[in-house]
Ligand binder design. Structure first.
Ligand code: ARG
Length: 414
């Protein structure tokens, strides 16, 4: 067993594997690591569906000084092992954020560790700052998977301001990437996270040019779009009767729902790292799928299952948001949630119109809804006697307490 904290003692480092996005921070990281440790830097870019040119990223890595670069296509794993459980768990963090970035981080960390092992590296590095959740997600995962590997967080260590960082890049001839001047973006298949100084004012409306996936409602088509989404065991399998794999369903819904103005999220988020932040996301597919899935669960589950599931979903979501993907309880909850989703099959009919999303119909294979029970016009009615008996027994706890307390109070108890 390695001593706690050992991973942060960083002398004698000869080969580092860096999680490389191709952005300014991680570009500067390559050179900084080489200068500081006189080490070899191997870069890894994990494809989780972000719209990037991976050849260009590879070229950049070599230009700046990486000795070796890996591009890893992890889309399938991301969809099957991270997004699918999130769908089954209706994973809206604090009711709003569908967890795009939070889901991808542990997977990226896992891939970086795999390459570090393959290359016999003694350290891994990432480009997160000390104010975000992502540093937590990376390092928690690395600590669990590879307790002997050193962890380096250059951006936390170097103490440069953004302006100094740009100066540093220029002085080393590091090509400054086409970064969005005003916003810092983290995108993958499931969501696009947007951050930037002008969004830190919680009163300021999100400017239109920050958005890429969602059409502003006022510019969305004038005709509503109806979509039928079919689920099997909690996972969408068909759009309008056409069978597709989950990645295709997500891409299709990102486009369709986005065009209709659905999926813009603007909320105040309680970060793991001790403060609230204003967060903006575009996640048309995630919002559409979660809402449909929640509705199908509601018609399927008993009230007991449904209430229990709200609690379990939130627990799962909080663990994942907080970077505790490796927590045993997360996996145990996964199994339970998957078991409960065994019954969540059927079709949900959705209407999308100018930023609005409505479930307008649903049909569950295992629905515990019974039209005859609900129908006021015909079908079964309890008898007067049955209804009276039920109401008396149902209310007796409350009625007893109500009168006992009144009596005590009118006797002078306060
Ligand atoms: N607040 C979000 C989260 O914690 C988004 C993070 C976005 N990360 C980024 N590097 N832009 O998951």
């Amino acid at each position: 067993m390695h001593k706690f904290g050992d991973q942060y003692t960083n002398s004698n480092i000869s080969r580092v594997v860096l999680a490389f996005s191709g952005g300014l921070d991680t570009s500067v990281c390559i050179r900084w690591l080489i200068e500081k440790y006189n080490c070899e830097v191997i870069t890894v870019t994990v494809d989780v569906g972000q719209p990037e040119n991976f050849e260009e990223i590879e070229e950049r890595a070599y230009k700046i000084g990486a000795v070796k670069h890996y591009t890893i296509d992890a889309k399938r794993e991301f969809v099957e092992e991270y997004i699918a459980p999130a769908i089954r768990a209706n994973a809206f963090y604090e009711g709003k954020y569908p967890l795009g970035t939070a889901l991808a981080r542990p997977l990226i960390a896992k891939k970086v560790v795999e390459i570090a092992r393959k290359e016999g590296a003694d350290a891994v590095a990432h480009g997160c700052t000390s104010k975000g959740n992502d540093q937590v997600r990376f390092e928690v995962t690395i600590r669990a998977l590879a307790p002997d590997l050193k962890i380096l967080a250059p951006v936390r260590m170097w103490g440069m301001t953004r302006a100094e960082e740009i100066e540093y890049a220029k002085s080393r001839g590091i090509p400054i990437p086409e970064i969005h001047k005003r916003f810092s973006i983290d995108a993958n298949l499931w969501s696009r996270s947007i951050e930037g100084p002008e969004l830190d004012d919680p009163m300021a409306e999100v400017p239109e040019d920050a958005l890429e996936w969602v059409t502003p409602p006022e510019k969305a088509p004038d005709k509503p779009l109806y979509i039928e989404l079919e689920f099997e065991r909690g996972i969408p399998v068909k759009i309008n009767g056409e069978k597709m794999d989950l990645e295709t369903i997500i891409r299709t819904l990102n486009k369709l729902a986005g065009q209709h103005g659905v999926g813009l999220i603007d909320h105040i988020e309680n970060r793991t790292v001790g403060f609230k932040s204003r967060e903006v996301y575009e996640a048309p597919a995630a919002v559409t799928i979660y809402e449909a899935h929640k509705d199908l669960e509601k018609i399927t589950y008993t009230p007991h299952e449904w209430r229990f599931k709200q609690f379990v979903d939130q627990l799962w979501t909080d663990l994942v948001y907080q970077g505790l993907w490796i927590e045993p309880l997360r996996e145990e909850l996964d199994k339970l949630i998957e078991e409960m989703n065994r019954w969540v099959s059927g079709v949900v009919r959705l209407k999308l119109y100018k930023g609005g999303l409505w479930v307008v119909g649903r049909e569950g294979v295992y629905a515990s809804y019974d039209k005859d029970l609900a129908d006021y016009f015909k079908g079964w009615y309890p008898s007067d006697e049955e209804a009276r008996g039920f109401i008396i027994m149902h209310s007796q706890h409350s009625v007893t307490a109500y009168w006992k307390r009144r009596r005590m109070m009118s006797n002078g108890r306060s």
